[in-house]
Design a protein around this ligand. Structure first.
Ligand SMILES: [Zn+2]
Length: 125
């Protein structure tokens, strides 16, 4: 699934634009980091994943529906994706990165997105 995932999807572009308007500099898809995060702010040691609610199973989200057919197969696929996402976050945190997951449905809510990003990017300590 991740192999065929298109780069520069809509939600990701919106997050990038918001970061730019907040004056945040970032890089994209650093291959040298675990899980190849969508957006990387190296000097802040922070990375962002922009996740589609359906494929990445946003908990409690109405977009994370289950297909009516082949439910077991899909459930298995989804579980693998969620487990893989979790491992990526764990590996990044272990390497000293702070990780934010921005869900597709939050991207469309501009005030919420701005709040999420500002809180995440505020200096820690
Ligand atoms: Zn969602």
């Amino acid at each position: 699934m991740s192999a065929v995932r298109p780069l520069d999807t809509g939600p990701e572009m919106l997050v990038r634009r918001r970061l730019t308007s907040l004056g945040i500099r970032y890089r994209l898809h650093r291959y040298d980091l675990p899980g190849r995060p969508d957006i990387v702010m190296s000097s802040r040691r922070r990375v962002i994943f922009v996740h589609g609610c359906y494929w990445h199973r946003h908990p409690g989200c109405h977009k994370a529906t289950m297909p009516a057919r082949n439910e077991r197969l899909w459930r298995d696929k989804f579980e693998k994706t969620v487990a893989r996402d979790k491992l990526k976050r764990k590996a990044l945190r272990a390497a000293g990165w702070q990780v934010l997951v921005v869900w597709e449905c939050d991207v469309r809510n501009e005030p919420k997105l701005t709040r999420l990003l500002q809180r995440f990017l505020a200096p820690s300590e």
